[in-house]
Write a protein that binds this ligand. Structure first.
Ligand code: EPS
Length: 390
């Protein structure tokens, strides 16, 4: 229902995006999008580039007087660093960083300098994906749906919480590493600072929680309609991500069935669950619980300490040469995951509701099943399965 394309190089003039399919009548504000972009630039572990960029979005079509018109939305984010690059004699870049797209990307496109790969492979590209998803997040807010991300691990320091604990956005924002618990935040910050001191890099994990998402979004009838699978693909597509977990997926794989199923009970007319180990999905569909997804990011490939590589020009073994980068990109990546999660929730919600204008969408939204016992039309009588196969 909604789709987008992005373009832009990390040190080129600008990032460009086109978002199509946002229905008419929703408030879309530059201020709201900019708040996502600003959060993407903050956090302990950021590199020197973030002192240069103060990202803001320019909306040049599809939103008039602050309201979506239904037409494609065109977005631009200017790269302030461009002025430092446009007249520069750029040093050759001939030693690929293991773990980055450098080596394979250069072979794939037959480039004569590795920089052409890193320019597009760079996580700078996520600025535009964040802006696009922020629009989806603003639309979802009008329907009472919110996505909150937080840092759940930095290196070996993990924030241990219960999946039923409520995550408060203020606590996440107050923390310089994006972890809602002050004591763990401090340990995470120390871990990043120590990695920087040791000329190394660190990864970690970000968990996103979506509240207010109705049940029955996504589908079990075909593999490419399963919403948990769609979200896993989206999360996986963010630079550095090497694993994605839905709910407590990793833990429950080690336990018995009777220990981990989110068993049903009745709360008046409502069917509720005693736990949420499955992170809000059953059979690829939302089940009315909070959605929980965690992305695990590897440490950044650009390390201040040289590691073994190959000089592709001289064709000899050598060591990597340092290129300015972040020590740990996890804290500032929170809004990226919030944005892409919001995008796919909205996309799949619109597949369900249809509609070109907010009014139509709100009406169908209110008709989505609430998993109340009276909604079920189960007959409880004998029946047969007949097909025309003979
Ligand atoms: C990145 C390298 C750094 C990061 C960059 C991602 O950029 P630069 O090479 O200009 O120092 O700061 O992230 C961003 C610029 C951004 O906006 O997120 C990389 O190689 O992936």
């Amino acid at each position: 229902m909604i789709r987008y394309l992005t373009a832009g190089e990390s040190h080129g003039p600008e990032l460009t995006g086109i978002l199509e399919g946002i229905p008419a009548g929703f408030n879309i504000s530059k201020k709201y999008i900019d708040s996502f972009l600003q959060r993407r630039q903050k956090g302990v572990g950021s590199g020197g580039r973030m002192n240069i960029e103060q990202d803001e979005v320019l909306i040049s079509s599809g939103v008039v007087n602050g309201v979506s018109t239904g037409a494609p939305i065109a977005l631009r984010i200017l790269n302030k660093d461009w002025k430092n690059w446009k007249d520069k004699d750029i040093d050759p870049y001939v030693v690929p960083r293991p773990g980055h797209a450098d080596l394979v990307g250069t072979a794939k496109y037959n480039h004569e300098d590795i920089r052409l790969v890193l320019e597009r492979a760079s996580a700078r590209e996520t600025a535009m994906r964040t802006a696009i998803g922020a629009i989806a997040a603003e639309v979802l807010e009008e329907l009472g749906i919110e996505v909150i991300g937080y840092v759940s691990a930095i290196g070996g320091i993990t924030y241990q919480n219960n999946i039923k604990d409520k995550i408060e956005r203020d606590k996440v924002t107050e923390s310089d590493v994006g972890c809602p618990e002050a004591a763990t935040s401090k340990l995470m910050e120390e871990e990043i600072l120590s990695a920087r001191k040791n000329k190394d890099t660190l990864g970690g994990s970000i968990t996103c929680v979506a509240t207010g998402v109705p049940a029955t979004i996504g589908s079990f009838v075909h593999w490419d309609k399963k919403l948990d699978a769609i979200l896993a693909k989206q999360f996986m597509s963010v630079q550095s991500v090497k694993a994605v977990e839905i709910g407590k997926g990793v833990d429950i794989a080690k336990k018995f069935g009777t220990e981990v199923q989110d068993q049903y009970s009745l709360d008046g007319k409502k069917i509720t669950k005693i736990s949420n180990n499955l992170g809000g999905f059953e059979g690829g569909m939302t089940n009315g619980e909070e959605l929980h997804i965690t992305a695990y990011l590897k440490p950044i490939s650009t390390t201040l300490t040289p590691i073994s590589s190959i000089d592709l020009a001289e064709k000899i073994e050598t060591e990597t040469v340092y290129e300015r980068s972040d020590t740990c990109a996890v804290p500032r990546a929170i809004p990226i995951f919030e944005a892409i999660m919001a995008f796919e929730i909205l996309n799949n919600l619109l597949i369900k509701t249809g509609g070109d204008h907010k009014k139509e969408i709100t009406q169908s939204f209110n008709n989505i099943p609430k998993l109340e016992i009276n909604e079920f039309k189960i007959k409880n009588e004998l029946w047969s399965m007949k097909y025309d196969v003979e």
